[in-house]
Ligand binder design. Structure first.
Ligand SMILES: [Zn+2]
Length: 293
């Protein structure tokens, strides 16, 4: 018995010696953050940062299984595989993954990921969370105190299909299967639950990816506007997003240039961006239909 007790003390001592070193080795995310200033948006500013992976969350916005716009659904399908690889890489480094398929979280009621989100203890946010509603969740509308007018006209909801336009309907039932839910991930579309999860883990940094940038990635209660207002270090993964933009509407540029304009808007008014290549190496993701040089 005494031998066992001594052995236990010995192991504890080894643990105490090793622990600080392990802390020092904690994984860092080396990111090149791109931003613009409000006064000189043409000028790109790049800054290298090392974010502690353990203090970082990655939120996957509205990567649904289907969409009322066929083109939008096709692009999500194309992006989902590379996104899943990126999510796996981020998780392996110690980033906390939050799946946020808005308005279809009830599909996941019995999953450990949904239960984890519901179980996070209540934490009071430093500023009130948005209570206005849109499309099944609370919503942060464009805020003139922070930002100028969006650079693309999405008032027709942005079907980018050529010829006949898609009919608007609730087409989604869950997150696209390609993106795996893993033990330790959480799943929510709720602002308070998101805040609780971040507070419980003392998370300072929030990365947003998913769709659509001009709508949900900015406006959802876990999206860019809300996270910036809550004081988080926020960054957009700019190659893992898309917009709802119909090139027939102003400013009359092709769909992918339209997305780039919204990315510039985010960099100018809200938060910096980086690409998935910073996490997985190789080249940033690019849609096949993007024929620009
Ligand atoms: Zn369409």
């Amino acid at each position: 018995m005494k031998i066992l007790a001594n052995r236990a003390i010995e192991l504890l001592a080894i643990g105490l010696i090793l622990a600080p070193n392990m802390m020092a080795d904690e994984e860092k995310l080396s990111l090149t953050l791109r931003s613009r200033t409000k006064s000189a948006p043409e000028k790109v500013v790049e800054k290298k940062v090392n974010w502690e992976a353990g203090k970082t969350a990655l939120i996957i916005c509205d990567m649904w299984d289907d969409h009322w716009c066929k083109s939008a659904a096709r692009r999500v399908g194309e992006m989902a595989g590379p996104m899943n690889e990126m999510v796996n890489a981020a998780r392996e480094k110690g980033v906390f993954i939050i799946h946020a398929p808005s308005s279809v979280v009830s599909f996941y009621d019995k999953t450990p990921q949904r239960k984890l989100a519901k179980a996070a203890p209540f934490s009071k946010s430093p500023v009130p969370l948005s209570v206005k509603e849109r499309w099944g969740t609370n919503w942060c509308w464009p805020d003139p105190k922070y930002e100028g007018v969006l650079p693309i006209d999405d008032s027709d909801m942005g079907c980018s299909c050529k010829g006949e336009k898609c009919e608007i309907r609730e087409a989604w039932t869950r997150q696209i299967k390609t993106i795996e839910l893993v033990k330790g991930d959480a799943l929510t579309d709720n602002g308070q639950e998101t805040w609780n999860l971040l507070a419980e883990r003392k998370i300072d940094n929030v990365i947003l990816c998913g769709v659509h940038l001009n709508m949900c990635v900015l406006g959802r209660p876990f999206g860019i506007r809300q996270m910036v207002k809550l004081g988080k270090n926020v960054a957009l993964m700019r190659d893992m997003t898309d917009t709802m933009y119909n090139p027939e509407r102003p400013p009359g540029v092709d769909h992918f240039t339209g997305t780039d304009l919204v990315i510039n808007h985010v960099e100018q008014y809200w938060c910096p961006s980086f690409t998935s290549a910073d996490l997985v190496g190789g080249k940033p993701f690019r849609f096949k239909e993007d024929e620009r040089k």
